[in-house]
Design a protein around this ligand. Structure first.
Ligand code: HEC
Length: 108
């Protein structure tokens, strides 16, 4: 488990370094925290605070509803053009990511 997740992480970093974002790593995990760290953390940070200087919003503060974020993760959103879509994730995986994202809120 540990070995396979670090292999996936290396793959993510390799993709980021090569500037290629359309082939995202595959995983069967439904652990929202793990999925978030694989797919979201590089931009939005592990605590969901984003990166102001790079124009990345604090996604933990989003006003979007769960089903809207699931769609955003799956298909992207024309009004959020700089947010990549992850069409390879299942609905269950996207839902787990949103639950994790909501758990990052400061008022938890
Ligand atoms: C390549 C960097 C990048 C990655 C990876 C990324 N995002 Fe984003 N995300 C952005 C950017 C940039 C925006 C703002 C989009 C815009 O304004 O066009 C955004 C916007 C958002 C928003 C809307 C925030 C708001 O203001 O309401 C949510 C929610 C979000 N991202 C969730 C996620 C989730 C969940 C993941 C992982 C599945 C993820 N993002 C992965 C860059 C990224």
């Amino acid at each position: 488990m540990k070995n396979s997740s670090s292999a996936i992480l290396s793959a993510v970093f390799a993709l980021l370094l090569s500037g290629c974002s359309d082939s995202t790593p595959q995983t069967d995990s439904t652990d929202g925290k793990e999925l978030y760290s694989l797919y979201c953390e590089t931009c939005h940070k592990s605590d969901g605070s984003g990166n102001f200087l790079k124009g990345i919003p604090a996604n933990r503060l989003t006003r979007l509803q769960k089903d809207q974020i699931i769609l955003l993760i799956h298909q992207g959103d024309p009004s959020l053009p700089d947010m990549p879509a992850f069409s390879n994730l299942t609905e269950q995986q996207a839902a787990a990511i949103v639950d994790h994202l909501y758990s990052l809120r400061a008022d938890r």
